[in-house]
Write a protein that binds this ligand. Sequence first.
Ligand code: EPU
Length: 348
Amino acid sequence: MRVRAHAALDAFNTFHVPAQCRYLVTLEQPDDVPVFLDDARFANLPRLILGGGSNVLFVADYPGVVMHIALPGWKWLDDLGDDRLLRVGAGEGWHAVVRRSVESGHGGLENLSLIPGRVGAAPVQNIGAYGVELKDRFESLQAIDLNDGAERMFSRDDCQFAYRHSRFKAEPGRWLIASVVLRLPKRWEPRLDYPGVEAVLAGKAATPARVSDAIVAIRREKLPDPADIGNAGSFFKNPIVSAKRHDELKACCPDMPGFILADGRVKLSAAWLIERCGLRGLRDGDAGVYPGHALVLVNHGRASGADLWRLATRVRATVAERFEVLLEPEPLIVPNAMPSQMSSHGHR
Ligand code: EPU
């Protein structure tokens, strides 16, 4: 376990905004967890669990302990019927795991290529892209309850996965995810139905590695690389509205994209709504709406988290006024800028 007091978090968030925390604790092996829990310095401070820092916006300094999870691990387990099981440590890079699996010929994760962040964060927000969500490839995970140090196994149902959501997102600071077991089909079938994916393959036979390459190419073309320009991917979730509300919206905007869900509700495109308000490419100082994709907020250089949050608030207000649809941020806003997060940060 490594402990730094009053540590800078600039390198621990992909927006690259300046922020400090009271303590930054890096956990490198499972045995570090009980040591951490017994350490009196951290006992009464709020906690934030951080993987790659790719889904967080620091709007101010964090007065508590940031736990940086660096737990390694990669192991094929015994097969389960028609599926292979792969256990990976929470601290492994997500994309590295995807590449290692597809390059060894195992399909299943390729549509989730190039998503930034670590393995432990993947179930928290049920990462998803190009027609596949983590829950589709998930078997179980091992987590530690930071309230009492007890280990617990979570099945898929236990995790309460939904679009960009899980029970872990609702309880930040409580569950330290240590490892995740992925379930990969032995009889692989490519998922090429998301618009544009098949075209990038250009007629070549689909293999897991080729589909991964295609997804990487699509993402690189559309989305900014956090190494070049600070961002956290989609800043807003695609809003879900009732069928009735969708009919009303369609009546005034017939070209509005909408994806009908199994329960009859409709998922709208947040990017489209933002773009239609004329906000794509908007800048307020160094905080901006990415010119290439309206769903991504970017730090053009020296924006602070507060600058980005001000811009996000303006985008939300504009969309709400024009369409009466409320956009919810996808990243965690720290400390606690969203009303729904007010009571959920973990104190022991
Ligand atoms: N669109 C616009 N303006 C834009 C960009 C897109 O109007 O600037 C419209 C287009 O009509 C397009 C539609 O929005 O057809 C959907 O765009 P896109 O295919 O890029 O998908 P998205 O709904 O904006 C979601 C995920 C992405 C994921 C892609 C592909 C969310 C919040 N975002 O974006 O996830 O890569 O689908 O599956 O669900 C992320 O979470 O960080 C992320 C990048």
